[in-house]
Ligand binder design. Structure first.
Ligand SMILES: *Cc1c(COP(=O)(O)O)cnc(C)c1O
Length: 384
């Protein structure tokens, strides 16, 4: 066994001097929060994806909460989503009093299967939250068609897919609202941060109010004086700071290069691992360009002498930061207490049991990539 000197995590940020200067400039300016950098960042995100509006939040989870609020999700409403996601996707529905309904995945893409969505539609269904798992856009044409047929709102969880494309269109322009996250492992970072992009003025206004206590200071019912404002919704303090926005502005300049590098790494993995019989490589839907947030392998356990856990442990012992994305959301104890039962989504569960996440992030060196490839080959007992 050849152990790497340093631990190679599955994902990590890439911060340059330029990013640091951008943040320091805000520290020296009059506004640390509620200043001009927020709007500049929002405009830059909206221009990048090609939407009319973007609303920044303190994190992606708060942004999803905002989108569910803007969509009018409340008690009695059902929202269909994927079980192969981070818990935050479904939690946002619960925050609004709605009920997450889990539809099974397409076993090829690991994204929500449009046919499974259809099976779960009831008179109470109000929205769909597809997740662009690993950076590959969900099958949005099929999903939007279902939504139009049944008058449903679509909120795309694009936490993994900023910069990804679906049939020549950028993620962000496909759904009614789309969320992007700027957590350090995501395509670009603001440390913590999130955004909702939309073309709807109505959602835009609601999102802006929601992130700041539900307060408005324009179009007021009274004109008491210049100090006057009104709280019209029960909002939150979900604002992003100008420090974060400044980091985001600088990071967005690098997004296309970051994605290019992620694609290169994925290609190198694909080429190096395609001859291994005991793994399933990531499959890409026709016409889709993934952002490659995650590189997912599936292990064919019947062809391997070791369990997934044993392979995982051995790779970790070699400082290869493999991971597993994701535990089906409804398996979590909190969801089990709410009455969700195991075996609801058999394809999602099978995927989870066989999944292994390999490190992928733009700052990885070719040496890092080779370390991963060699270690994976060795531990799947295919010594080259
Ligand atoms: C990261 C992530 C979120 C939440 O974003 P935060 O910015 O961490 O709050 C939601 N959904 C998915 C799929 C994610 O990966």
């Amino acid at each position: 066994m050849k152990k790497r000197e340093s631990f190679l995590s599955y994902g990590q940020q890439w911060i340059t001097e330029e990013d640091i200067e951008s943040v320091v400039a805000v520290l020296k300016s009059p506004f640390l929060t509620q200043g001009p950098k927020i709007q500049e960042f929002e405009q830059k995100v909206a221009d990048y994806v090609g939407t009319k509006y973007a609303v920044a939040f303190c994190n992606g989870t708060a942004a999803l909460h905002g989108a569910c609020f803007a969509a009018g999700i409340r008690e009695g409403d059902e929202v269909i989503t994927s079980p192969i996601t981070f818990a935050a996707t479904a939690n946002a529905v619960l925050y609004c009093g709605g009920k997450p309904v889990f539809a099974d995945i397409d076993e090829r893409t690991y994204n929500i299967d449009p046919d499974e969505i259809r099976k779960h539609i009831t008179p109470n269904t109000k929205a769909i939250i597809p997740v662009d798992f690993a950076g590959q856009p969900a099958d949005m044409d099929a999903i939007m068609e279902i939504a139009r047929e049944h008058d449903l709102i679509v909120i795309e969880d694009g936490a993994h897919s900023l910069g990804a494309e679906y049939k020549g269109r950028k993620v962000g322009t496909l759904a009614d609202m789309t969320m992007f996250s700027f957590h350090p492992v995501k395509p670009v970072t603001t440390a913590e941060g999130g955004v909702i992009v939309t073309n709807s003025e109505e959602y835009y206004e609601k999102l802006k109010r929601f992130r700041s206590h539900g307060i408005i200071n324009q179009n007021l019912s009274k004109d008491e004086g210049p100090w006057y404002y009104e709280m019209v919704d029960l909002g939150y303090n979900y604002r992003m700071t100008d420090l974060q926005a400044a980091l985001g502005i600088s990071q967005l300049n690098k997004l296309n290069n970051f994605i290019e590098r992620r694609r290169e790494i994925a290609h190198l993995y694909n080429e190096a691992l395609k001859t291994i019989d005991a793994v399933i490589l990531p499959y890409q839907l026709e016409g889709v360009r993934s952002g490659w947030h995650l590189y997912m392998l599936q292990l064919k356990l019947d062809k391997l002498k070791r369990s997934r856990k044993a392979i995982f442990d051995r790779l970790r012992a070699e400082n290869i930061g493999v991971h597993v994305h994701y535990i089906p959301v409804y398996w979590h104890p909190y969801y089990q207490k709410l009455g969700y039962t195991r075996r609801m989504c058999s394809k999602a569960e099978q995927f989870y049991e066989q999944a292994l996440t390999l490190p992928i992030f733009p700052k990885m060196t070719n040496e890092d990539i080779n370390d991963v490839i060699k270690a994976v080959r060795r531990n799947l007992m295919i010594e080259k």
